[in-house]
Design a binder for this molecule. Sequence first.
Ligand code: G4P
Length: 525
Amino acid sequence: MMSTFKDEVLSRRTFAIISHPDAGKTTLTEKLLLFGGAIRDAGTVKGKKTGKYATSDWMEIEKQRGISVTSSVMQFEYNKAKINILDTPGHQDFSEDTYRTLTAVDSAVMIIDSAKGIEDQTLKLFKVCRMRGIPIFTFINKLDRQGKMPLELLAELEEVMGIESYPMNWPIGMGKEFLGIYDRFNNRIEQFRVDEEDRFLELNDEGEINGDHSLKQSGLYEQTLEEIMLLNEAGNEFSRDRIASGDLTPVFFGSALTNFGVQTFLESYLQFAPTPQPRESTIGEINPLTEDFSGFIFKIQANMNPAHRDRIAFLRICSGKFERGMSVNIPRLGKQVKLAQSTQFMADDRSTVNEAVSGDIIGIYDPGTYQIGDTLTSDKNGFQFERLPQFTPELFVRVTAKNVMKQKHFHKGIQQLVQEGAIQLFKTVKTDEYLLGAVGQLQFEVFEHRMKNEYNTEVLMERLGSKIARWVEGEEHYDNLSSSRSLLVKDRYEHQVFLFENEFALRWFQDKNPDVPLYNPMDQQ
Ligand code: G4P
């Protein structure tokens, strides 16, 4: 039977994995793709450690780093669900794109290393998910190693992240004594390192093993039953609605490396993860089941082929069906474009896509037309999706043109890259110097590279290090409060922003000037 448009949309699950480097994102992604049959070998997702790179010709920096477009979006099918995984690069590759990717998903999977607990980058990405009300599914990884106690990890989720949790399963021991997981949700035990046919032990109505079993000899089994009782009595209640609103995170324990607990996780995830969600626009909410096509650009990857200066714009489809060759409006430009060259991403490949529906992510060829945040729609009246959030930069450099004769190119390049969303631009209030702000070092490198390659301008960048940026509300001017420890600058919309040397300088400033209305845009959206 032919599936209808509605069936197609409802089969989509689009998520990003958020984690700190080394928590196991690559390993888990690979296992998921293996289940979906999208790849045959582990080690295909990212060449980081295996030395394998997908063959394509993307930007040099990315080649050196082993990031590729293909690993930015991966699609696979499992039990009739069509799953889109979006990569959120980390470490030195962390950038505003990493945050912006989270605007294009309907849910997030958070991986936590059981020995390390909640780490810095996970927390940053988590905050963006919270700000947007994105449902979060937690996978606590590396149970085959000795880690923190599970109750301690749950407490960390609540205390550090402020999110309530519901453990869907619970580890029986860990490290050398890891015996498996007690699956509360499916009322069964999944045994570690036990053959497939004997791996699952169904439990009785009391949640215990019927009859004799070697597991019962272990003190760990008794201990697990006690902990489960504690969770049943004192833990949070399971609530589908609270998962959907992002207020409760279902927690799964497992070991991605040994492929343990991954399938159980995937199956439960598919049961509770949201289908494509509606998006706010200037004409109200756009329903993903609406047949008129619409979507927005959340990322532009430039210079994948230096010879052609081509770029790919990543489009999240929000309603209707994409068909290759279709014409759409870009309301920002009041212009129609034909989407002739389009790409879909598979695990280690990219191929031309002819059709895609709400929830899918496709790449479209960008001859320099698009900006991050652009709406594309087949609606003649041209609505726009809500503006993408602004992310508070943390790193700053002072930038000048190396060759003073190239000022014109320099200004043009900066202006376009800023508009495109590659980097944020500030000007010092007193001296009119240009500062660039970013959330990760990669953004500066990409900026420098693109200025040279696309605008033929070499730039000098003087590092200013990390700063705490706080915007100022209202129109009153505070030029007299600018100092080296609280530098006043203006953003590209002429809004005043103070750049503080550190937390201490910020607090000191607030104590001295309690009437200056400072705010962090990331706390407000
Ligand atoms: P990332 O993408 O989040 O950065 O993490 P990645 O999957 O690359 O995993 C980081 C390291 O953690 C890898 O080890 C990986 O093998 C290991 N790892 C991932 N999941 C598990 C798990 O469930 N149990 C254990 N014990 N280890 C796990 P590495 O030594 O850095 O790399 P490799 O040489 O093993 O590839």
